[in-house]
Design a protein around this ligand. Structure first.
Ligand code: ZN
Ligand code: ZN
Length: 560
């Protein structure tokens, strides 16, 4: 075989850019074609949320520079469901690619509603598909298969190619009685398994948990019990996108003769979209928060955003009396009907403590069945593997510990080839043998206010230093003879007022400046760079001596 014909051989490859070995920002690529001429299909386009270690950063995206380079070879983006970790990057990053996007109506409408709510956001055109549809996208034939999850219209994708079928599960669970929508389409999954599946790319979130997840309906019954026996007001917090849960809360309120008041823009947006698609039929109207204060305490159920402890969301503002309309007092109940996303525990505990301190009863999933996960436990994974019978298993959607547990589990179930992958690694799925064929650079993009950039580009490293040790600005004016033309100006930000001996830091800084000017030879004092650097070092050294930390220091020297 000549070199040329070897290079021209078609391959099917898998390349995750995000969502493997981490929580959030799911973005998977499938590539078909010869090594140097591949057509790509992107599955999902998600974000992750930033924590305190990224001060000032709102969102984290996968780095899509590879896709920007390959833009003309990117046939489309298919979205499995409308969770932020699967579609949250579209608004900010789709304008860089402008390729076709496919999603079902709920996802498409929610995206459109989000665009309307964000100033300056561009509309993302979406081709609306229905569950069960098969769409040809380049060399890929993509079938949407309904699965149960914690948001309406979640889908697994059967991606058929001339070299075999990949079943990409997206986020899923088995639930015979979901609150909204249909159960996971087992019949279809079994039929696809019978056709023969090359690779199963599957959710690992709960791969460490045995058994099966309880049904959403069981949660609904528990919520109804809580509302029925509550004396004062009842407030629920949950993910705004969990329409099934919102419906369960509304039913619980209806049975107890209470009205539902909703607080938070995201909740109103989701409820409007779900109502339009008839997911919330036969329920009394959802009232706006203005109604809250007019209703007797035993006639109201509130749903609030902020289940992750977000400081600007409705829930966090209530216990510090910062919410204009919602008030909770001793005897009222708050139900956390959501799981804490890892990393948010501290913020959530702060709110729980603040509520508890004022006598509000707090119920979490540690106390009662007020939340279930939307992801499969081992019992459910076993069924999926039995239906699909893949030759290759690739665990995704999880941290390394979840991926490893899932991989071991798949091996125990007898899957021939189990591959653990990393973001940026190109794995050849077909033709056999399965192996790593390439690796590309992957990084992160950070959204900081209205700016998107890499970690240095958004100034995070410098910001961390500022948060740790503050900032000193110094302004010096020298004349041509090397004498000071005016007194130095200083400004200290974020330093303690005084050192342990009681001396103000301004004094320490000022004497370091004056001492340095005296010690620099007169000829060099007219060189702004030399003098500035000497002062900068002296100020940081002097502050470190009495404080133990070096602030960021900027010195301006003017020669007049
Ligand atoms: Zn997810
Ligand atoms: Zn999800």
């Amino acid at each position: 075989m000549t070199k040329k014909s070897k290079a021209g051989k078609d391959e099917l490859v898998f390349l995750p850019l995000g969502g493997v070995g981490e929580i959030g920002m799911n973005l998977a690529l499938y590539g078909f074609g010869s090594r140097h001429d591949r057509t790509w299909l992107a599955v999902d386009f998600g974000v992750a949320f930033a924590h305190a270690d990224l001060p000032g950063v709102d969102l984290v995206f996968p780095d899509i520079s590879f896709l920007e380079e390959e833009r003309t070879n990117l046939a489309g983006i298919v979205i499995t469901h409308a969770h932020e970790d699967h579609y949250g990057a579209l608004i900010d990053l789709w304008p860089r690619l402008r390729v076709p996007v496919y999603a079902t109506a709920f996802t498409a409408n929610l995206l459109a509603a989000k665009v309307l709510g964000e100033t300056g956001a561009q509309a993302v055109p979406v081709t609306v598909v229905r569950p069960g549809d098969r769409i040809p996208i380049g060399p890929f034939d993509v079938e949407y298969i309904n699965v149960a999850h914690s948001i309406p219209e979640s889908h697994a994708l059967a991606i058929r190619t001339p070299l075999g079928t990949v079943l990409h599960t997206g986020d899923w669970k088995l639930d015979d009685t979901p609150a909204v929508g249909l159960p996971t389409d087992m019949a279809r999954l079994k039929a696809i398994g019978e056709e023969g599946v090359l690779a199963l790319i599957c959710d690992s979130t709960n791969a460490l948990r045995d058994g099966r997840s309880p049904s959403e309906t069981e949660v609904g019954l528990e919520l109804a019990e809580i509302v029925k026996h509550a004396k004062g007001r009842v407030a629920f917090t949950t993910f705004a996108s969990n329409v099934g849960r919102i419906k369960s809360i509304a039913l619980a309120a209806k049975h107890a003769g209470r009205h539902v008041v909703i607080c938070g823009r995201a909740l109103r947006r989701v409820i409007d979209v779900a109502t339009e698609l008839h997911m919330l039929d036969d329920l009394p109207p959802f009232l706006d928060e203005d109604a809250y204060s007019h209703l007797p305490r035993d006639k109201v159920v509130a749903i609030l955003t902020g289940s992750q402890g977000e400081p600007r969301a409705a829930l966090a503002r209530v216990p510090i009396d910062d919410h204009p309309r919602i008030e909770l007092v001793a005897g009222d109940t708050v139900v956390f009907s959501a799981r804490a996303i890892p990393g948010n525990e501290m913020e959530i505990n702060t709110i729980i403590n603040a509520l508890t301190a004022r006598g509000v009863r707090v119920v979490t999933d540690r106390d009662r069945l007020v939340h279930v996960s939307g992801h499969p436990r081992r019992g459910e994974l076993t069924e999926m593997y039995a239906w699909i019978k893949p030759t290759i298993a690739i665990p995704v959607h999880g941290e390394p510990m979840h991926l490893a547990a899932h991989a071991d589990f798949a091996r125990d179930l007898g899957v021939e080839t189990v591959v653990t992958v990393k973001n940026g690694v190109v794995t050849r799925l077909a033709p056999a043998p399965v192996r790593e064929v390439d690796e590309i650079d992957v990084g992160r993009l950070y959204k900081d206010g209205k700016v998107i950039g890499d970690i240095d580009g958004v100034g995070v490293p410098e910001r961390r230093k500022l948060a740790f040790a503050g900032h000193v600005a110094v302004s010096i004016v020298m004349d041509r003879k090397g004498e000071q033309a005016a007194d130095p100006d200083i400004s200290l930000t974020g330093l303690p007022a005084r050192d342990a001996a009681g001396r103000p830091f301004e004094e320490t800084v000022m004497s370091a400046i004056l001492g340095t000017i005296d010690s620099v030879p007169r000829a060099q004092r007219r060189d702004p760079d030399v003098l500035g650097e000497a002062i900068r070092r002296a100020v940081r050294g002097a502050v470190a001596e009495v404080w133990g930390k070096k602030p960021v220091c900027v010195v301006f020297v003017a020669v007049v």
